[in-house]
Design a protein around this ligand. Sequence first.
Ligand SMILES: Cc1cc2nc3c(=O)[nH]c(=O)nc-3n(C[C@H](O)[C@H](O)[C@H](O)COP(=O)(O)OP(=O)(O)OC[C@H]3O[C@@H](n4cnc5c(N)ncnc54)[C@H](O)[C@@H]3O)c2cc1C
Length: 562
Amino acid sequence: MADGRHRLVVIGAGPAGLAGTLAAAARGIHVTLIDSAAAAGGQFYRRPASGLGARRPRALHHEWRTWERLEQGLAEHVEAGTVEYLTDHHVWLVERTEETGRTEGTEETERAAWTERGERADRAGRAERAERAERLIPAWPGFVVHALLGRLQERSVTVRADAVLLATGGYEKVLPFPGWTLPGVVTAGGAQAMLKGGLVVPGRRAVVAGTGPLLLPVATGLAAAGVEVAAVVESADPRGVLRRAGALTSQPGKLVEGTRYAARLLRHRVPFLPLHTVLEAHGAEAHGAEAHGAEAHGAEAHGAEAHGAEAHGAETRGAEAQGPRGAERLEAVTVAALGPDGRVRPGTERRIPCDTLAVGHGMIPHTDLAGALGCRIDGMKVDVDDEQRTDVPGVWAAGETTGIGGAALSLTEGHLAGRSVAARLTGAAADPRATARAVRARTRMRRFAAALDAVYAPPAHWTDRITDDTVVCRCEEVTGGRVRAAVTDLGAGDVRTVKLLTRAGMGWCQGRICEPAVAGLAGCEQGATRRLLARPVPLGVLARAGTDDGGAPDADSPPTAR
Ligand SMILES: Cc1cc2nc3c(=O)[nH]c(=O)nc-3n(C[C@H](O)[C@H](O)[C@H](O)COP(=O)(O)OP(=O)(O)OC[C@H]3O[C@@H](n4cnc5c(N)ncnc54)[C@H](O)[C@@H]3O)c2cc1C
């Protein structure tokens, strides 16, 4: 309960959510910060679990001082009771309610009621303030946030709010190719998460492949942890960034960062293959423990003690669907050079032995909660105005849910959102001078992100390399051939029709993984899919929704309010 203060729920404790939380809480708003992870930090500030006893957790990170400031700020607000922080809470739905979530008995409630009902304020002197409130505080209903608890996720709790900040980040895009479901093939971010969060490495000899700036920290991180990185295979030409002088001069620090990564690759003698792609991952019969999936090897790097970890979560699933490959494990990849038209240059194929392939083709914003709330989605990202407001009153969005752009941009957007929420909820006029620097920084960073986006697009003709027996939808085991048949024989021209005809996208992940590939094969643009629920929800929870999920967490999975 917010002790009469306005209540904001922030969903996501990554850079954007943390910055938004601190900015709003510092301005008198009561914030409930909700995250599905066990610790704050999101993707960028992922750290070893405390139980691992890492002696130097900062060793695998940059921007650590910023993290310490965020962590300390959060701890102080939690201590002061201005922020309630709920870990292990998986938000599956945010609902708009008819009742206003504002606390009864305060002046603000009266102002809100006045603006909502259009009644005249009955006491002298109130009218003017109410008028101001009407300008500054558009009337909006309250919100109920539903979250599944803990590991079992069999119970749901609700949190009520006057405003919501969506800071749910993004997730990795992986485009399929023959052999991509073999054990030993992991996502680039998954490999990094194992290293940063579990202090383990996915194998002994790795190829890091795909496209995008994320490949560089992943490759250098693995190399520093003792993995032999056999090659970084980048399908784009990073020199394209240098050609975008306007974007680069606005972010000179990024040039320094890129140079630092290049130097590290050189130091570890990692070959960098621009304009190359992985054509196929090859498996070999696995023996003993290896047959069970990715081996996790302790990373003794950086003085951090390594412990075994459940590495299997990061591994791409569905190896069984490859038939004879079921008992196999990755042993090599074939890579090839790409011509200027994006097609493979004949005769350039070569086989690189490896036990790990860390692969990623960029990121996709999480838009499910925003979509279900009815927020406008622009292409793949939540559309926001200068204050990070969505077009649904009372709902703000910040960070990679509004477009992929890196941790610094997420921090800035979160900060601007938190300030805006505070101003809009309390009726205090926003002072544009106070935010001018942050707004300019956001513009520069967005311009740079757009330049990266243009350079690191997947190469043309990537769908040509998906063979008919390549599994495209891992959950429902739908092959490239079946998707093609749906398009050519049955006339499907969009993702939804392919889904109805083949079941691609109907499984556990609801198309989050396979949709880019299905769209590519169907020859249509990938748009943001509207999903009613952001997570798979047990039927029992749905049946009880609105009745008994009044917020009491169960004993099995207590919320860690710190
Ligand atoms: C796997 C991976 C690795 C990355 N590594 C790097 C890197 O090395 N360097 C780099 O510059 N950038 C990296 N990035 C990009 C990075 O995500 C951003 O730069 C930055 O972290 C984005 O901040 P954010 O706050 O928008 O989102 P995030 O940091 O992604 O935080 C979003 C938070 O929301 C939570 N969340 C999402 N949905 C829900 C829900 N329904 N209910 C409750 N909680 C939810 C998540 O648990 C997460 O903590 C990586 C991204 C990914 C996906």
